[in-house]
Structures are given as C-alpha cells and as structure tokens.
Design a protein around this ligand. Structure first.
Ligand code: NA7
Length: 567
C-alpha cells in the first residue's frame, strides 16, 4: 500500500503526505450508502469490523497495506518485537480466540504477532470486509444528506452514515530530515517499510540512523551479522533488559483458565495491562532499600523497573536517581568508557521517552565491528551516493537503515482530506495542535469517530485495550442514536474545551513533557508541539468515557432523523 516507490537506485521512498489532493477523477459510487466505513486494518480496525458486523451494520473497511496488522504488517525489520507481555497484548473480546491461540514467548516477535493477527482474522472471518492495498484519499461530510463521502486511491466513492478512523498513532513513517537522503546508491530501508524478502547483512558495511525503540531492536539483532555496523545516534535512549522467556505450557494453561480475571485487572489498571505497579514513593524508603528494589527489578527485567516506585514520572529528583542507576548499568556492560559515556542519556528524565527493552543492546557495542557515531559531536551533514557524510568524514556504506520514527498520533489523519461541517478540515482544526473529545470525536465532525486518537491514552497504555474500549464506546453511541431516531452526533465545543483542559492540566504535572519525543510532536519539523496524550491512566480514561454517555449525553449535540425522509 504505502507510498513506497522503488527509485532507480532501489531506494525505498516514502512520502509524507500532509495534504493529498482530493481524487475526483474516475470515481465510481458503490451502490446505496453504507452504515459505516472503517479506515485502517490494525487492531482497532479489526475489532471495529467485528463489532459492527455483529451489530448487523452494513460495513466496508479499507486498509492501505496488503493485509491486516497495521504496524505489525509493516514493521518486519530484524528484531521487531512487542515491548508489552504478549498475554496482555492480545484481544480480550473473543473467548474463543483467547482459548485457541497460544503465545510462545513472553514478548512476542513480529512474525508471531502477525500469525496471531491472521489467526484472528481467519477465525472471525474479517478479511472479507477489508479492501486491501487501498488508501482513503478523502472523507467529506455531506451536511444535507448527513453522511460521509469517502474516496479512495482506486477512484471509488463510498458513502456511509458513520466513519471510524482506526488509523493508528504510529502509521506514518517520518521522512528523514537529512539532506540528500534519496541519493544513496546502496541498499536503503526505512524500518517501518521493511521489505517482505529477507535482507542479507553478511560482510556488509551497514549504517543505522536512529536509536529509539526501533533502532535499538535492529542494532542488537544485526550487529553481530554485519561486516561492520555504524550507529548514528543523536539522542541516546534508556533501555532495560527484556529478559524474554519461552512461555511454559503450565503457565499458559493457568492464564487461559484465568483470562477473565486478568482482563478485568488490566482494564482497571493505569496501563491497560498487568504491568507491575507500586504505590511506594521513591523517597519513602531508605537509599539501601531503593537500590535493592532497583537491582531486583533490573534482574527481573521486562517492565519491572516501571513498577518500582509510584512517582517516577512526577518527581524529578526521584527520576534522576533511577536514571543514574541505569547509567551505572551502562558502565558495567560497555567496555570502552568513551562509548559508554556517549550511550548515557543525560538531558531528559528516564521514562519520558518510551523506555526500551533490549536483549543485548549495550553488549553489541563491545563487538569490534560496531561503531557508535555521536551525531551531537559529529553531526550528519548529508547522505551521499556512497554513504553518510558527517562534519568530520564520509562513512562509506553498503546499506543504510532509517529508524527515524513516525509522524505520530496525528500524522495519519492529516495525511488526507477530512472535511467536516461547513467545509472545515481536520488540518485547519489541528493547526495549533490536535483537539478532540476523549480522543474519540471532534466538534465539527459529526458521526466521525477515532480509535486511539490524539488526547486519549494511546502510547501510554496497551493499544489493544484502548482500541477495544473505544470501539465499544462508539458502538454504544451508535445504538443510542439508532434507538432515539438520531442521525448525527458530535461533541459540543464546551465538552471538547473541557477535555483539552483536563489533558493539559495532567500533562503539566508530568515529566513526559521534559523530553523531545513523538509524544509531543517535536520530532517532526513545523508540527505544533504539545503533549496530546491523556496521562491520567487507562482506568481513569475509561471512567471519563463512561461518564460522557451519562446524564442525557449532555456533552453532545444530536440531530433528529427526518421522519418524513425515513418513512
Ligand atoms: P523514535 O522513538 O521517534 O526514534 C527515532 C530515532 O531517530 C531517534 O533516535 C531520533 O533522534 C532519530 N532521528 C530522527 N531523525 C534523525 C536525524 N535526522 N538524524 C539523526 N537521528 C535522527 O521512533 P522509533 O521508531 O524508534 O519508536 C517509535 C515507537 O515505536 C516507540 O516509542 C514505541 O512505542 C514503538 P532524536 O531523538 O530526534 O534526537
């Protein structure tokens, strides 16, 4: 699907499309209006299709990729792996799927995740509702007819009462902002558009640009396989040991017996999962106890470090102690002190960027063939035909991998024309930053829903749990409208303003705003900056969602169906 046109050099090119011209040629309207259109075939889109089909709605879904899975369809790069426990990172809505599917590892790798996705799709017969390799190019609200008119890059036009944007928070790869990046004549890949064919690293001089979660997974995986590996690091990440394990049959059987309780606990947690959590403040225990708790968590691995203290993202001093503990671990592993020093993050709080889980990241730098290029000391000037030119030298490469991240949270909806009431676009509405009510709806865009949208908890909690919550909420809204004879629904401006104030007030207390990240939009040139995430926890988010539909739906503006038209 994507905009991955092989250039003459074989370089995969991806185009960051903030605004696509509306396709108006060769359009064909497909029959009578549908009830509902779903855009996107990741976890949100899959559950949406299932839920709305089971409700008896007439639906059509579109997915730009050649299959289901969203991020897990595209991100086939070496070492790609989920950083939440697989048991959590799975659908809870189908008891059959829960019982029939068996995870093999605590943290599943991408091929297993994709097998799971395809298993669910087949088991629940979802594929037939999706038109694959099809990108939606515009969605326009027709005020007179109270429906969405949706066009695709196949030149087709569809109409539907409701439109669900399940476009995901991480679906638009960021175009590298490096001069000459298309010039390179060797093999070039973006991690988020990795080819389906196997890539051979043996004996090659490979460069990786980017050291976020993606870069870290790639580097530790290919480091031992390359002839030489050059890591171009701008901001170092904190990473902790994953200590991944095979799941034993007895454990899996126990989980399957207790799924209902586990899911309930996850739904009532801040992260939508079974991650360890603590109510203990950092300075409430002695320095020796703190050290011992951190050592235990480090040994245990996985997400244990996040569960050591309750105030890690609220108390800067506590946070710095934990950051220093991790810096000490880097010293213990990395043999060359100069490299160790460069790998230590120093200018932002730990956990303010997505914490990474690794298997052998720091160890990789002990290989004589792996070289760290510190882009602060030695900035990249340009990509050349032969490799990367820094301020000091030209590093010749056979292969260049961009792990430069995404235009997160808002990129997908801004990539095409979404036009609401009175011709106003989402681009205009989000000109100074993404606005929404609950990350689910926007004032001025009737009957348009989002799953895991901006100003919800996406990125900070289990995306599958959020998707299920959001789809269920949308389903309830549609049932309500149907029962009340309503044809259009949107949040009031006041409801949206109040929600944005809640989001901003919580963000103001969080250390998440103290790092430059895709959470804040600082990674994309000219993007409005600010934390467009609800930081109050998934459990609280669910309470807000539930409250929104109580008290007579006072936070929404509805329109009554024209009875004469319906008759
Ligand atoms: P991230 O976390 O946004 O990381 C992107 C990395 O790419 C980061 O280290 C950037 O450095 C680096 N980058 C981007 N542009 C450049 C240029 N021009 N020069 C050098 N380095 C650059 O994306 P990921 O894909 O790793 O992870 C995204 C999410 O996926 C993650 O949070 C998990 O939720 C899973 P910078 O920080 O800008 O200095």
């Amino acid at each position: 699907m994507e905009d991955s046109n092989p250039s003459p050099q074989g370089l995969k090119v991806w185009v960051h499309r903030r605004r696509t011209k509306m396709s108006n040629s060769n359009s064909a309207t497909r029959g009578k209006p549908l009830d509902l259109i779903v855009v996107g075939g990741g976890f949100g889109g899959m559950y949406a299709v299932y839920k709305f089909r089971e409700m008896g709605l007439n639906i059509q879904a579109f997915e730009a990729g050649g299959g289901l899975g969203g991020v897990w369809y595209w991100n086939r790069y070496p070492g790609a792996r989920v950083d939440l426990p697989s048991i959590d990172y799975s659908f809870s809505f189908s008891k059959e799927v829960e019982q029939e599917w068996t995870w093999s590892e605590q943290f599943a790798a991408q091929p297993e995740l994709l097998r799971y996705i395809n298993f669910v799709a087949e088991r629940l017969d979802l594929n037939k509702h999706f038109q694959f390799n099809t990108r939606v190019t515009s969605a326009v609200w027709d005020e007179a007819r109270k429906l969405w008119v949706v066009k695709t890059d196949k030149g087709e036009t569809y109409e539907a009462t409701y439109c669900v944007m399940a476009t995901g928070p991480l679906s638009v790869p960021k175009e590298p902002d490096i001069a000459g990046y298309r010039k390179f004549k060797g093999e070039a890949y973006h991690a988020a558009r990795w080819p389906h064919e196997e890539v051979d690293f043996a004996g090659k001089r490979v460069g990786v640009i980017g050291t976020g979660s993606t870069g870290i997974q790639i580097i530790q995986e290919i480091g031992p396989k390359c002839g030489e590996l050059f890591v171009f690091q701008r901001t170092p990440s904190f990473t902790m040991p994953m200590r991944n394990q095979k799941l034993e049959p007895d454990y899996v059987a126990e989980v399957k017996r207790n799924y209902a309780g586990l899911r309930e606990a996850a739904r009532n947690s801040a992260v939508g999962g079974l991650r360890p959590q603590s109510t203990r403040a950092f300075f409430s225990v002695t320095p020796a106890q703190r050290r011992s708790l951190l050592e235990d968590a480090w040994r245990q691995g996985g997400l244990a470090m996040l569960g050591t203290f309750s105030d890690l993202l609220l108390n800067a001093e506590a946070n710095e102690h934990v950051a220093e503990f991790v810096r000490g671990k880097i010293n213990e592993v990395v043999k060359d002190p100069v490299t160790a020093e460069k790998l230590k993050p120093k200018d932002y709080p730990i956990f303010a960027r997505r914490p990474c889980l690794d298997t052998s990241y720091y160890e990789t730098y002990n290989l004589p063939t792996v070289h760290l290029v510190d882009c602060f000391e030695e900035p990249i000037v340009e990509i050349t035909e032969k490799g990367v030119r820094t301020e000091g030298r030209e590093i010749e490469l056979d292969m260049l991998i961009f792990a430069t991240g995404y235009d997160g949270l808002t990129g997908a909806l801004l990539a095409f024309d979404v036009v609401g009431r009175d011709g106003h676009t989402v681009n205009e509405k989000w000109n100074e930053g993404a606005r929404s009510y609950l990350g689910l709806m926007m004032e001025g865009f009737p009957n348009l829903f989002m799953t895991t949208g901006p100003n919800g908890p996406a990125a900070l909690a289990n995306i599958i749990a959020i998707s299920e919550n959001d789809v269920n909420w949308i389903a309830d809204a549609i049932v309500h409208m149907d029962r009340q004879g309503l044809c259009a629904m949107e949040p009031t401006k006041k409801a949206e303003d109040d929600w944005m104030a809640v989001v901003a007030s919580l963000a103001g207390r969080s250390l998440l705003t103290k790092a430059k990240t895709w959470y804040l939009g600082t990674n994309v040139k000219d993007k409005p900056q600010g934390l467009t995430l609800f930081t109050g926890g998934f459990h609280k988010y669910r309470e807000y969602c539930a409250a929104a539909t109580q008290n007579g739906h006072a936070n929404f503006r509805f329109e009554q169906r024209d009875k004469s038209a319906a008759a």
